[in-house]
Design a protein around this ligand. Sequence first.
Ligand code: PA5
Length: 444
Amino acid sequence: MKDIRFTYSHALNTHELQQYKEETQSALRTLTEGTGAGNDFIGWLSLPKDIRSQVSAIQKTADRLRNQCDIIVCVGIGGSYLGAKAVIDALLPSFAWLEDRKPQIVYAGNNIGEDYLYELQGLLRGKNFGIICISKSGTTTEPALAFRLLKIQLEEQAGKETARERIVCITDAKKGALRTLATQEGYDTFVIEDNIGGRFSVLSPVGLLPIACAGLDINALLDGAERVMDVCTTADFADNPALLYAASRNHLYRQGKKIELLVNYHPKLHYVSEWWKQLYGESEGKENKGIFPASVDFTTDLHSMGQYVQEGERHLFETVISVAEPNHKLVVPSDEANLDGLNFLAGKRVDEVNKMAELGTRLAHMDGGVPNLLIELPKLNEYALGELIAFFEVGCGVSGYMLGINPFNQPGVEAYKKNMFALLHKPGYEEATAAIEKRIQKQN
Ligand code: PA5
């Protein structure tokens, strides 16, 4: 197997699938012709090609940061960090953070945990570190707060001049506090184009710069993405994995399967699931509609969630990401004493055990009434990850239009921000502050 492959046959039959042919093709046309809601946010469709002109500048900046820094802190939240973390975690060694490897990549601005930030500051004390601050709006509280703390720390530790060389900002071309700050401080910047939303931005500088800083091959990532983006935006229904995925999951949703569990059998893929959850959750969860995206890491979570998946409420379907060939080979040794009784596995690769666990689980879950979709990747490398990203992005745009919503906005995310700003007495929120304080008093 050379490329990504999608199989629906353990969830629906060909006759059921065919009923979605016209609908998915029409949703794809709406997406690619830019005639649907949110059509000013479809720049990601051509990103694998369009971004090529910036690759050498991104790589040059990454090389500079890699030379200058022992630790690079990626500051960002949601779409401004999940894609990079997904690719980096999937492709670096599992224990990269314990290795004597430079630079180490760490993350901040994706939470407001005081202990997290305090402990991060402790880690960075006395170290050569740099910061990539990523925020499209340039106004998001979590990254802004972390950046303020880390920028001051870097300036105190390394001096303002050196700090300037080690800070790179990725934000809007003109708008937002981060753009103003970066311009005034003279930081290097990359632009997030207006027509690319955060959760679709992994193949822009948002994802590419951190990924290149981790020493990974961003050209190969883009090659894989470009190939599959091309297939998924042009191929006919039967040969188009993104259309088959969108058709299958929407069919299952309409049959009452309201939860999609993304399943992996490699712990390195944990953050691919986190990225996918944001992509689908924030794109589809609107107007009281949308499949709830959830995820599990198997076989780990078979010992925590397995019972529910097998016998709990039947509102689930699974989408399994299966990796055909691991990057390393490990064979189970024979043991003369066989005290653990494992000699029946001797001589087999660990991956064979994992694959049998995967197959056995898929069959058991199907028997238990959990339909099963399958995505197969040949290997975990940059090219395959690029393919997976493009597949999921097109599948998401098409699914959103099939659902009848705008897949590219996120109005619901504002509700918590408004309350938080009101409670924190942010200037401009006086009316909201009065209203929320009254509400809290009443509840007490
Ligand atoms: O997908 C999105 O648009 C969001 O998840 C954003 O990425 C997230 O809210 C961060 O926003 P910003 O990059 O403006 O700080």
